[in-house]
Design a protein around this ligand. Structure first.
Ligand code: F0G
Length: 432
């Protein structure tokens, strides 16, 4: 196995700059490389066993107690934070892999499976990274934690910081985050800053606060977040008996998750957990798609945009994990595409009506699969897993607007009917 992927011996994990290769200890708190400002990534010691023996170990931890073993993140701790002792776990993960015929028919993808990360404790995949980042915050004795967010990260941080007893500061774009997410941040007790600016400005401010004010930054540029989010891929591979699918599709905004998926696949392949690497499909919203635009030009360009989309979770114009995500897409022979808000809302309506439900950004993954099936890039019989990143209740305003709007009435609108409190009126609706 190439040494660069894992460390030899049983030395503690190190943080390594993905740009210049400089390393720092695993407890170093800097959010970026001290030498060149590049983003950091974790490199762990190689587990004492690999291949079948490691598969058996992960398998034996499924559904076990104590608490840490019940987590779909900490079950894989050799690949997440081998040195962890006191774990800040809800628990999280162990999310279902769902098959729904109506969604398969919509996407024209017969074997499509939905990995529903909305089943995490705060309703999004962010909990997988946050359990690790807040565990790290506690073990380095952080006095406060902070993040910029389009909503889900702030909700997750608020919950885990409350559990750890560490004050949390969240920076969100004022008037631009979904109701469910804002409610969660406030309910779980985070200091909630409504910033007069977009997400990209929130992130700039949070990075400055981390540098100047000594608060520990837990955005997905934090390498521990990436380690936790890798377990979405590890867990779905485990659910498939480590028989990797042909494609894994996910919505992409700040590109932290795309980066995490790439790292998970690289490591799983190096350890002999999977025989071949699935192709990653990163799907952006058309009004916030600098990464998809760059992919179309062989990643020769790197431009930021002023982000506009109904999918507020991925309304990001200057993604922070760009280089890591380029590597993920390139190494997996993957793709990055953009879908319109209309395609996102259509896919969401189908996913919702199947009884599964998800927030708007999540539906981009299924919309993307549909697009590449129509283009023939994804074959009819290829096995595809689309990740649904957040719960349907995250953004109730979009749901109400979609189903109650009249001009024009959306294709799949399910309008509620107002009636008087009389049986005859019920019968009229039933027969009509
Ligand atoms: N889906 C949902 C529901 C999200 O909340 C996010 C990101 C993404 C997809 C995209 O993931 O940024 O790693 O490419 N939400 C962040 C937040 C930005 O602040 O909650 P990404």
């Amino acid at each position: 196995m190439p040494e660069a992927i894992f460390l030899a011996g049983d030395a503690p994990s190190v943080q390594r700059c993905a740009r210049c290769g400089a390393t720092s200890p695993e407890r170093a708190v800097a959010a970026e490389c001290a030498d060149c400002g590049g983003l950091l990534e974790l490199v762990h010691p190689a587990p004492d066993v690999h291949g079948a023996a490691l598969l058996a170990r992960f398998g034996s931890r499924c559904c076990m107690h104590p608490r840490s073993e019940a987590s779909g993140v900490w079950r894989f701790r050799e690949l997440v934070m081998p040195g962890a002792a006191d774990i800040m776990s809800h628990p999280e993960g162990n999310t279902p892999l769902l098959a729904r015929e109506s969604v398969r028919a919509f996407a024209a993808s017969a074997g499509l499976l939905l990995k529903h990360e909305g089943h995490n404790p705060t309703g999004s995949f962010k909990d997988r990274g946050m359990t690790v980042a807040v565990t790290q915050a506690a073990r380095i004795g952080a006095r406060a934690v902070a993040c910029a967010s389009t909503g889900n990260t702030s909700a997750s941080l608020a919950a885990y910081a409350a559990q750890a007893g560490i004050p949390a500061l969240v920076f969100v774009p004022r008037g631009q985050i979904a109701l469910g997410k804002l409610s969660q941040a406030m309910a779980y007790g985070a200091r909630t800053l409504l910033v007069d600016g977009d997400f990209d400005e929130c992130l700039r401010l949070a990075r400055e606060a981390s540098r100047e004010l000594g608060v520990y930054l837990v955005n997905s540029i934090n390498p521990w977040r990436v380690e936790g989010q890798k377990t979405i891929v590890l867990e779905l591979l485990q659910q498939l008996g480590w028989d990797a699918p042909d494609w894994i599709a996910l919505p992409a905004g700040n590109l932290g998750n795309t980066a995490a998926f790439g790292k998970a696949l690289r490591e799983a392949h190096a350890l002999g957990l999977i025989a071949r690497v699935p192709r990653l499909l990163a799907v952006q919203a058309a009004g916030a798609a600098p990464f998809a635009a760059a992919f179309a030009h062989g990643f020769a360009t790197h431009e930021r945009v002023h982000a506009r989309t109904i999918a507020s979770a991925i309304r990001i114009g200057d993604p922070a994990s760009w280089d890591r995500a380029v590597r993920a897409i390139t190494e997996t022979n993957g793709a990055a595409i953009a879908v319109t808000d209309e395609e996102i809302l259509d896919a969401k309506a189908v996913i919702d009506a199947s009884g599964v439900g998800c927030e708007p950004a999540s539906a981009a993954s299924v919309a993307g699969v549909r697009r590449l099936r129509a283009a023939g890039t994804i074959g009819e019989h290829e096995r595809v897993v689309a990740v649904l990143t957040g719960h349907v209740l995250k953004d109730p305003e979009i749901v109400l607007d979609y189903h109650q709007r009249t001009e024009p009435k959306p294709a799949r609108a399910n309008r509620p009917v107002e009636i008087g409190a009389a049986l005859a009126e019920v019968a009229r609706v039933l027969n009509g």
